[in-house]
Design a protein around this ligand. Structure first.
Ligand code: NAP
Length: 242
């Protein structure tokens, strides 16, 4: 995709899965990446293998998230990708798990985007943000109460940001992947019966790859998507359409 060469992109959750794939795709397209991620081993691997700048941070900590975002600025674009999940039946969902998921999946994207957008506006420059949400924002998957709530919240946040920041030249969109073959999917979908039931509902007959999600993220960042603002775009092989 054109337009990324020479651009600096802030990418959260770059250590594994979709974020790791995106980091490689961005570097391959000539972008400069500033990664915000947590595990020390991933921080070292990203520096060694991709040669990118990495800020080690636990995004569940609001102040640390804000400081990490400031440390990585200025950036042309922002991808809020970091996310986490914990499986609990609704009746057993704990306040602690609920708060953890909201902190990482919903609050951290808001904080990082505030810092990114304030900087863009102060410089009088346009921008684009992509929030990595999930089809879980639309569907009430059993055992995913906190996750579904956190991603539905992220979609709501995306729309408000699109409204307010769109007027300042910063487009904001979400991608909403189906099950994607990453370490998180292993955690959430390793039960073969559960995975088979999900697969049966996906017309293309398979789960997504991290690169397939990454391509849509990079499209939404690019000027090719100049009139897209405030969408929650399923990347789901037709799951949401049938
Ligand atoms: P993953 O394989 O678990 O990777 C998530 C990345 O985010 C890791 O590098 C992780 O670092 C980082 N991260 C998580 N919590 C963090 C925190 N508190 N502070 C800093 N970094 C943190 O997940 P993935 O499947 O690639 O998911 C990426 C995004 O796609 C998430 O927002 C997820 O909700 C969304 N999504 C995934 C799927 C799927 O099926 N995989 C489907 C729909 C949407 P650590 O390893 O150190 O925790």
């Amino acid at each position: 995709m054109s337009g990324l060469a020479g651009k600096r992109v802030m990418l959260t959750g770059a250590g594994k899965g979709i974020g790791r794939a995106l980091a490689g795709m961005l570097v391959a397209r000539g972008a400069e990446v500033c990664a915000l991620t947590r595990s020390a081993a991933d921080v070292a691997a990203l520096r060694d293998e991709l040669g990118i700048e990495v800020v080690e941070v636990d995004l569940a900590d609001a102040e640390a998230a804000r400081a990490a975002a400031r440390a990585g600025l200025p950036c042309d674009y922002l991808i809020n990708n970091a996310g986490t999940t914990e499986l609990q039946a609704f009746l057993d969902t704990t306040v602690e798990a609920f708060d953890r998921l909201i902190a990482v999946n919903t609050r951290a994207p808001m904080i990082v985007a505030q810092e990114y957008a304030r900087d863009r506006i102060a410089r009088g420059l346009p921008g684009a943000i992509v929030n990595v949400s999930s089809v879980s924002s639309f569907i009430g998957f059993a055992d995913h109460a906190a996750y579904c709530a956190s991603k539905a919240g992220l979609d709501g946040l995306t729309r408000v940001m699109a409204n307010e920041l769109g007027r300042r030249g910063i487009r904001v969109n979400a991608v909403n992947p189906t099950v994607t073959l990453t370490p998180m999917a292993v955690k959430a979908w390793s039960d073969p019966d559960k995975a088979a039931g999900m697969l049966a509902r996906i017309p293309v007959g398979r789960f997504a790859t991290p690169e397939e999600v990454g391509e849509v993220v990079l499209f939404l960042l690019s000027d090719a998507a100049a009139m897209l603002n405030g969408v929650a775009l399923p990347v789901d092989g037709g799951f949401m359409s049938v």
